[in-house]
Design a protein around this ligand. Sequence first.
Ligand code: PGA
Length: 252
Amino acid sequence: MRTPIIAGNWKLHKNRAEAAELIRQLASMVQDAEATVIIAPVFTTLESARIALEGSNIALAAQNCSCESSGAFTGEVSASHLIDVGCSHVILGHSERRQLFGETDDLINRKISAAQQSGLHTIFCIGETLEEREQDQTLDVLRTQVTEGLAGLSTEQMQDVSIAYEPVWAIGTGKTASTEQAQDVHSFVRGMIFSLFGQQTSERVRILYGGSVKPENVDSLMAQQDIDGALVGGASLKAEDFARIANFRAVN
Ligand code: PGA
């Protein structure tokens, strides 16, 4: 019922030539993928990536965008600029943006609204730190992130939002949440979407898992009822690994 999304977050990696080469390798390997396959390169490579992606079934995302649409905002890139360069998706609220660049729930909320107004599909990231998990605050943290991040969005706008649950302690560490831990959180998040936006939206919204997703663990993660895809960092930089993830087989 929910088409899975497998998205590669390239972070601050790959110049234009490297990006074009990775896309060339990937394109044939994921052409039969049943999931929506997305890559998110660095801003300055988006234009050349779009050209390299022509004829493939891979969609283009940015890793961030401004909450402003235009004006005196030095250094910003707006959602409409991303549309202009050929992006269909944007990743917002990634934990690295929250932790390293001070992004708050309120700012992320304004960015999501800006993305929706321009017609970009948002992959909205949430997740708890290790300290928060150890202090049993996981669900409270996620409740706040979801409620504040999605505040003011209409049910209609929610059609263009997916959520990525990425426990911060699992990002780039090689540690993955167990399939049960991930499923429990995903089911909680879907319940929150039910209470905020109603049954239909909660049944439709894609909830991705992120944090050390690899060829070795993708199948069992994707077998979980409420896991509808993956946001992949490190393993998205290698064509074979990302292609294997995109062509997952949902089995335990
Ligand atoms: P990772 O990163 O797969 O390298 O853990 C995931 C992410 O940050 O989105």
